[in-house]
Design a protein around this ligand. Structure first.
Ligand code: SAM
Length: 281
């Protein structure tokens, strides 16, 4: 008698990896149509899980790389996609991953997609923004509340440092909301799909309304935004008093008694340029 067949225990969703697996075919279909991958394109999926989106992406994209942290999911993915020649699995942490290493010389920019683990979504977006020059666009599922912050306009409650940094580099748009029932296990809150398109990808007219940092880095913009929002209800003069004088704020054509949440991205860029210039003298 042969050995009894060993059945592997089914994979159980792990909270620490932010695992909420998509199972609603209508939502999957909407996400796949929003991405609209073509055979000429190079896609990278972050956190493929058991492959709910992967199986559709792999049949449309020219090349699909996936990055998955949970080692127990790697054999599941290997078994499903073993025969796909355009598919590569990286058993790795998306937060530490070198995205530039995926680009062959002179090759297409990357299209990033993913139903992201919610516990790492903000640091992951910051890590990806450091690689913005090699990215064509990004489509991510995130907590609705994070998508609202990414896409917020000045004067709204959700407008803050994350909105400013992301929108300085990318055009950010909420595509649609996804209810908890679309996932297994269901999260406690609504999710939403966001599309981020680096401004360098957009035509000149649509990027022209955002001023550029002069001799300043994204870290300087982040520093100014963080300080300006330190106490939301206080004026700029108050929050920035150790960084810029009222005169320096006025020189940027900004009234120092305004609150940070009323300032446009360009006004934050102007304050940052002013700050960096003040360090040079
Ligand atoms: N894409 C699948 C779906 O839609 O059903 C799974 C989405 S689930 C919300 C997030 C996935 O990201 C999980 O497969 C999880 O193991 C993986 N993950 C979590 N942290 C990660 C990290 N730091 N790097 C790469 N993958 C990660």
């Amino acid at each position: 008698m042969g050995k009894p067949l060993k059945h592997k225990a089914p994979h159980v969703a792990r909270k620490r990896f932010g695992q909420n697996f998509l199972h609603d075919p209508n939502i999957i279909e909407r996400i796949i149509s929003a991405i609209a991958a073509t055979e000429a394109q190079h896609l990278v999926e972050i956190g493929p899980g058991k492959g709910a989106l992967t199986e559709h992406l792999v049949s449309h994209a020219g090349k699909l790389d996936v990055i998955e942290l949970d080692r127990d999911l790697i054999p599941v993915l290997e078994e499903k996609f073993l025969t796909c020649s355009n598919f590569t699995i990286y058993s790795s942490d998306a937060l530490k991953f070198d995205y530039g290493s995926l680009l062959a010389e002179g090759s297409q920019k990357l299209r990033l997609v993913g139903n992201l683990p919610y516990n790492i979504s903000t640091p992951l977006i910051f890590h990806l923004l450091e690689n913005v020059e090699i990215i064509e666009d990004m489509h991510f599922m995130l907590q609705k509340e994070v998508v609202e912050r990414l896409t917020a306009s000045p004067g709204t409650k959700t407008y803050g440092r994350l909105s400013i940094l992301v929108q300085y580099l990318c055009h950010a748009e909420q595509l649609f909301i996804v209810p908890p029932g679309a996932f297994n296990p269901p999260p406690k809150i609504d999710s939403a799909i966001v599309q981020l398109t680096p401004r360098i990808q957009l035509n000149k007219s649509s990027q022209s309304h955002i001023q550029q940092l002069k001799n300043a880095q994204l870290a300087d913009l982040s520093f100014i935004a963080k300080a300006a929002f330190a106490q939301r209800r206080k004026t700029l003069r108050n929050n920035l008093k150790k960084i810029l004088t009222s005169e320096q704020i006025t020189q940027c054509d900004i009234d120092p008694v305004r609150r940070a949440e009323t300032l446009s991205i360009n006004e934050f860029v102007a304050l940052t340029n002013q700050y960096v210039q003040s360090l040079e003298v």
